[in-house]
Each structure stands twice: as C-alpha cells, then as structure tokens.
Design a protein around this ligand. Structure first.
Ligand code: S3P
Length: 437
C-alpha cells in the first residue's frame, strides 16, 4: 500500500495537462468496438477504469492497440462482437459495468460481468430494471449486485421515464436501444451528462434530443435506423472532474496562478465552474473550441477566498463527482459547505459521505453527517491540521484530501494513495509539480 505525503504549499503555479475525460473515453471505447473499421482515440484517458473498458472490448473481439495516450480500436461491427469464455472484469468502474450491460443485453451470446469488491457492492437494479422492460434476461446476485449473468436476447424499444437522475442508467438504456426493435425513449427527471448522446451521434447512430428526453433508433429499425456505426478519429478533451482538484488547490492560495490546458467544458459538466464562480473563485476561460460535439477550452485560475454555501436539489446530479472536493474545501471557506439531497454519494466507489466525515474529523474540521449529505464548518471553526487519511480505496477521496492537505498545518499522509489511478494515475506527481513550497 502506497503512502503519499502532502506538505503545506505557498501557491499553485504553472501549467497542467490533464488525462483525457474518463466518461467520454468509456463511451468512445465501447462505440469504437461496435463500429465498422478502425477508430483512433487520441488523448484517451489514462484512468485504470477506462482501461478496464478497453480490456472488456478486447475480450469481446475488438482489436485494441495502445500507444501512449492514443488508442486504435478495430471494431467488430454492431453485430460482430463475440462471446468471451472468461467473465468480463469491470474492475472498480461503475460506468463500465452499467453501460456494457446495456450493450450485452442485446447480443446473441451470454456474458458474465463482474468487478472488484467495491463494484460488487454497488446497486445494479437501477439498470437491470429498465433493461428487463426491454426484454433483457439478466440475473444479478440478490437481484441487485454483480456479478451479472447476461443472457443476450432480442430487445424491444421502450419509453422509459427514469426515476432517478443518472447518466449511467440513461446510457445503459440508450446503448441497449441500439439493439432494440424501434425507437427507444428515455426521459430524465433532471439533466445529467450527455456524452453518450453526443458520442452516439459521432459514431453515426440516429439520436434525437428534446430537453430532458432522448431517443435513439435501433440500428436495424427500418429507414430510421442508421444501420451501422462507423469508425471515427476523435480527440478526448481533458477531464474537468480531474481539473477540479487543481482549481480547488489554486483557490487556496492568494498567490496562485495556474493554467489548465484543453479541458472538456460540456455544459452538462460545467455546473462546478458556475458554482466556483458564485463562491468567488477567479477562473477564466480564455479560449473555447468545439471537438466532436464537445466543448473544450483552457482554464486560467488565480487564488481567491471562497464563500462556501449550500449545494442541493437538481444541481446535485450535475456536481456528483465534484462533491468530495467541495466538502474537503469546506473548512477553508467563509461560511462552510453544506451538501443536501446527495444520498447517492453513499453508493459510489465508497460511502463518500462517511469517508468525508471521517477524514475531515481527522484533520480537525467541525462536521455533521446527515443521511443525504453533510455540513462542514468554515474558516471560523479553526485551521485544519495534517493527519493520516484513509480514502477507503476511493480515488476522489484520496485526491480531495491531498488538496486539503496543501493548506493544513503539518504533513498529511494519504494511505493507499495508488487508488487515485482509478481516474488519474499521475495525480500526485502533477500536483507536486505545480505546488510551490
Ligand atoms: C458517470 C456518471 C455518474 C458519475 C460517474 C460517471 C458517467 O454516475 O458519478 O463517475 O460516465 O456516466 P451516475 O450516472 O450513476 O450518477
């Protein structure tokens, strides 16, 4: 188990280039495997999670060649995947398991899909339910947990009103919709990231979007079905959810001046930037361009005192991966941070509410745990001190407390720091490079 020691910093300066966006990389890898021809995915995420997806696509017959951060995928065509005699291993990745389940439900073969201890504890009923409505034959442990036994079968299109705001559930149904007879419709209660919709369009599927409703035509649905997916050459933008750790670090010190290059700025992901700005952060986006339907730009961040505040309601789904960092910033804000309506945090890679409360307390913060969130007091409650942090194997908890440690008194030690590799293998090196001491 690796330990990383974080010492107090004076400022965050220089430039940083982030790994490719994790959510987009998963989708490109899956669709490239289903496309006809060779796709080139440049600046593909270095995240262990995305490499789990590539390994699964390889086991299903796609040819995958990795050269640095560029990945060539020779697709098998939408009806060309082959069965894997071995169970597919999604590792720590909920996105891999939930999205692939949608694809595998409509194949002509059976698959066993499993993952690590954390993933085997995460709820799968949320995708098994709607996929069964489409005719899928899926068995799950206790009807809710991996391993999933997926017996591929013919699917029918459904009109699905999602009971929860989840991009993974939406995506599982839309991807299954490619293999369904007719037009599959999904309506979300609140907007979530739309990378699946954009990627489906890029690879040639017939997708329609109206507000919170998305429709996809099955590939073999008469004249409306696209018939097939076509290989593409695509650039993956840097991961905004990873950028948030650097933005947060820069905010902590008045002398900071940081440039973060090529960050994905899809509007369904930028609620975090709006929130930072509303709390007083100094973030500018000097350049903006469009890449394959996704917006991309550089972020220039200067130090600024953050006000803090309450985060709740529809915004939670749009900020879900950023909540650990926001909570760990709480003690450095004027008014503290309160998170409500976020019980979903309890079923992420760890119980993030419990992990945040435990580690904030270790650093001396004043924090109250709630069933659906937490409240952490701001600066007036006192300065944080370094401590030994247990991230519970959760990458975002490890990275959030590494950032909190930069402005604490004394050293902070992150136990089991290798878990950061789930989304960002070079995080600690990159942070050390921009932290001035
Ligand atoms: C993701 C969706 C989110 C997010 C996860 C990645 C995606 O999960 O937390 O890290 O790529 O679709 P939910 O859709 O379950 O909220």
């Amino acid at each position: 188990m690796k330990k990383e020691t974080i010492l107090p910093a004076k400022a965050i300066t220089g430039g940083v280039e982030l790994p490719g966006d994790k959510s987009i990389s998963h989708r490109y890898a899956m669709l490239a495997g289903l496309a006809e021809g060779t796709s080139e995915l440049r600046h593909f995420s270095a995240a262990v999670d995305c490499h789990s997806t590539l390994a699964c696509m390889k086991a299903l017959g796609a040819e995958v060649k990795i050269e640095k951060d560029s990945v060539k995928v020779i697709g098998r065509g939408a009806r060309g995947l082959k069965s894997s005699w071995r169970a597919l291993d999604a590792g720590n990745s909920g996105t891999t398991m939930r999205l692939l389940a949608g694809i595998l439900a409509g194949q002509k073969f059976n698959t066993r899909l499993t993952g690590d201890d954390s993933l085997q504890k995460r709820p799968m009923k949320r995708i098994v339910g709607p996929l069964r409505e489409m005719g899928a034959d899926i068995r799950a442990r206790e009807d809710n947990f991996a391993p999933l036994e997926i017996h591929g079968t013919a699917l029918k299109a459904i009109d699905y009103k999602m009971p929860m705001a989840s991009a993974q559930v939406k995506s599982a149904v839309l991807l299954a919709g490619l293999f369904a007879d007719g037009m599959t419709t999904v309506t979300e209660p609140a907007r979530t990231r739309d990378h699946t919709e954009l990627a489906l369009e890029e690879f040639g599927a017939n997708v329609e979007k109206h507000g919170k409703t998305t429709r996809v035509h099955g590939l073999s649905s008469g004249s409306n079905g696209a018939g097939k997916l076509v290989a593409k050459s695509l650039d993956v933008p840097g991961d905004l959810s990873s950028a948030v750790f650097f933005i947060s670090a820069a905010c902590l010190f008045p002398e900071s001046s940081l440039l973060i290059h090529n960050v994905g700025l899809n509007p369904t992901r930028t609620a975090i930037l709006d929130l930072f700005l509303s709390m007083g952060a100094a973030i500018q986006t000097p350049t903006l361009r469009s890449a394959h339907g996704e917006l991309v730009g550089d972020l220039a961040v200067k130090g600024a005192a953050l006000k803090g505040g309450v985060i709740e309601g529809e915004r939670i789904a749009l900020l879900i991966d950023e909540l650990p960092m926001l909570a760990a910033l709480g003690p450095y804000t004027e008014n503290g941070i309160e998170i409500r309506d976020a019980k979903e945090l309890r079923v992420k890679e760890s119980d993030r509410i419990a992990a945040l409360v435990e580690n904030l307390k270790r650093m001396g913060a004043t924090v109250e745990e709630r069933p659906d969130g937490l409240r952490v007091e701001g600066r007036k409650a006192g300065k944080l001190h370094g401590a030994e942090i247990d991230p519970h194997g959760d990458h975002r908890i490890a990275m959030a407390f590494a950032v909190a440690g930069l402005a604490a008194e004394g050293a902070t030690v992150i136990r089991g720091a290798e878990c950061a590799g789930v989304s960002y293998p070079t995080f600690f090196e990159d942070l050390a490079r921009v932290a001035e001491r």
